[in-house]
Write a protein that binds this ligand. Structure first.
Ligand SMILES: CC(=O)N[C@H]1[C@@H](OP(=O)(O)OP(=O)(O)OC[C@H]2O[C@@H](n3ccc(=O)[nH]c3=O)[C@H](O)[C@@H]2O)O[C@H](CO)[C@@H](O)[C@@H]1O[C@H](C)C(=O)N[C@@H](C)C(=O)N[C@H](CCC(=O)O)C(=O)O
Ligand SMILES: Nc1ncnc2c1ncn2[C@@H]1O[C@H](COP(=O)(O)OP(=O)(O)OP(=O)(O)O)[C@@H](O)[C@H]1O
Ligand SMILES: N[C@H](CCC[C@H](N)C(=O)O)C(=O)O
Ligand SMILES: [Mg+2]
Length: 496
């Protein structure tokens, strides 16, 4: 596509330069001046540290045929007539418009499900993917763990990719024969307009509890970002919303009634709800009521929160036309999600249960501990930490929750990033009452080993915070680290 045609996609009133590059073919798009290849169009994005537009000269030097940048960057570094530089004001929107046009509007062609909320996005989107696959509908999944579809899987860098990568991946998904896409949409992505240009047939809201207050000003600001997924810019179909959540209720009130299917674990006024509930140590069973009929099912997923994820996913796929009985029949075989309540079991003689889980917020940690209690005969030992360079206010809260809901808290490092790991531990310990005596071991490998070796027969060791992650970020370095491997090795030593 020629640069002139591509820029016509921008709905802002921009001034196009009289430059021969305007009639050149654009070979690719980039938002990173360091990764610019000859023939690219460089899009300068204002970030939290710098304005990418300030680097247009470097991008042109690397072979970009042109650059689209913010008006601030344009004024700061005015181009000459020899440079093909265009300026605009709403850069996220401009970037999304260019990216979706360049990749031929994949976000409008696929049937799209977007899942947002503080917790449960990865689990819910895996359930949606699973049900669509059970119905033989080719589906792409994008989220925290990976972008994948049949025959393809790539580890994700962000939960929600930036616009250029996102549109490129959606186009690749279509090329590979996919008709559906289910994606986690983070609040960062919504605040930064990463998914503009996508039209969602279903938008799901799981819940809103504290996280990311390093990035969002306060909870209202955080909620406003999440709520964008339900605005006409994004949502073209059905909103599936958790009405047991207070922010979910608020969201429902802001939307047309006919647009929403609410879900609740026990409120019969919701569109999807459960009766005859029976929580068991290895799952939950009950009768599901939906706008498309009623059905009984048994789910292998533990805890009320996973039932909520299931209701959200069922609502989404019912709206897409899947058969309710087929869904109910498929639930018992759901294989689970890596790093979510994942058991580490080395053999049948193992005398303690060990579970790795991605709980890294106050709410998810509390949920994990409450949901695990019924199937642990002995004491519940919770190994956890908090990420560095992220919301600090959740640290003492998580400390208090671990103290309140487990029998032994083992406080350790998560991903310290550029913070002093000992300082993060201090922040966590501030929330732990004086009457409680936690074990504090900064080195995560040692903490896991100590917890597993000191546990008594029948105890349960819950290792929270990193789930599927196979790395630890220390400073700016990323080392290989997998909770499951460390737990496995410690169990081998224990069972010798
Ligand atoms: C807060 C946030 O989203 N930050 C992202 C953002 O970084 P930033 O705002 O600091 O970017 P910046 O350094 O100011 O640069 C701005 C622009 O200038 C460009 N640039 C910069 C320097 C240069 O020399 N040349 C150049 O072109 C950059 O490529 C960028 O496009 O843009 C970077 C590059 O595109 C991202 O890698 C970075 O993600 C950071 C690493 C991150 O950790 N993000 C997390 C918080 C995140 O997005 N998480 C959510 C999930 C949250 C959840 O669990 O719900 C996610 O969707 O993954
Ligand atoms: N619906 C839910 N409500 C509360 N907690 C949940 C819910 N679903 C999962 N959890 C807990 O939160 C953790 C993370 O779950 P999941 O990965 O599905 O959420 P996510 O929203 O994708 O998280 P992230 O934003 O970090 O990608 C799980 O390991 C579990 O402990
Ligand atoms: N998506 C989450 C990941 C947190 C995982 C945890 N292990 C940490 O490093 O804090 C975030 O961006 O806050
Ligand atoms: Mg996720």
């Amino acid at each position: 596509m020629k640069l002139r045609e591509l820029l016509a996609a921008i709905d802002e009133n921009i001034q196009l330069p009289k430059h021969p590059a305007m009639d050149e073919e654009v070979k690719g798009l980039t938002t990173n001046s360091h990764a610019t290849a000859p023939g690219d169009l460089f899009i300068g994005m204002p970030g939290t540290r710098v304005d990418g537009g300030d680097f247009w000269q470097s991008a042109l030097k690397s072979g970009a045929i042109g650059a689209v940048i913010s008006s601030q960057a344009f004024e700061k570094h005015p181009p000459t007539a020899a440079d093909c530089v265009i300026s605009g004001t709403d850069m996220p929107k401009i970037c999304a418009q260019i990216a979706s046009t360049f990749y031929d509007y994949p976000g409008q062609k696929l049937k799209m499900v977007g899942v947002t909320g503080t917790n449960g996005k990865t689990t819910t989107s895996h359930l949606v993917e699973y049900f669509l696959h059970q119905s033989k509908l080719p589906t792409a999944l994008m989220g925290t763990l990976y972008t994948r579809w049949q025959g393809f899987s790539e580890t994700a860098i962000h939960t929600t990719p930036f616009a250029v990568d996102l549109q490129k991946q959606l186009a690749a998904a279509i090329n590979a024969g996919n008709e559906y896409s289910v994606m986690e949409v983070s609040s960062h992505a919504l605040a930064q307009g990463r998914v503009l240009g996508c039209q969602f047939d279903v938008s799901v809201f799981t819940n809103l509890t504290q996280d990311h207050l390093d990035y969002h000003k306060d909870m209202d600001d955080y909620f406003a970002a999440k709520a964008l997924l339900f605005s006409p810019d994004y949502l073209k179909g059905r909103a599936i919303i958790n009405s047991d959540d207070s922010y979910g209720k608020k969201l429902i009130e802001s939307l047309e009634k006919s647009q929403v299917w609410s879900y609740s674990v026990n409120d019969s006024t919701a569109d999807l709800w459960m009766s005859d509930l029976n929580y068991e140590s290895n799952g939950v069973s009950g009768k599901l009521h939906t706008p498309k009929g009623e059905v009984e099912f048994r789910s292998p997923l533990i805890g009320q929160y996973n039932l909520e994820n299931l209701l959200a996913a069922i609502g989404a796929v019912l709206h897409l036309g899947l058969d309710l009985q087929l869904i109910a029949n498929a639930i018992p075989q759901f294989p689970g999600v890596p790093g979510r309540m994942e058991r580490v079991q080395i053999n049948s003689q193992q005398d303690i249960s060990v579970i790795v889980d991605y709980a890294h917020t106050p709410d998810s940690l509390e949920n994990l501990l409450k949901a695990s209690r019924p199937f642990i005969r002995g004491k519940m030992i919770c190994v956890f930490g908090c990420g560095g360079d992220r919301d600090r206010t959740k640290r003492p809260q998580m400390g208090k929750i671990a103290a309140d809901f487990s029998d032994k808290a083992v406080v350790t490092s998560d991903n310290p990033r550029t913070e002093d790991p000992e300082k993060i531990l201090e922040d966590i310990l501030e929330g732990i009452p004086d009457s409680v005596n936690p074990t504090v071991i900064c080195d995560r490998a040692t903490a896991i080993k100590t917890a597993i070796l000191n546990a008594e027969s029948g105890d349960g060791v819950l290792i929270a915070g990193k789930g599927h992650e196979d790395y630890q970020i220390l400073g700016t370095e990323k080392i290989h680290f997998d909770d499951r491997e460390h737990a496995h090795d410690a169990l081998v030593v224990r069972m010798k």
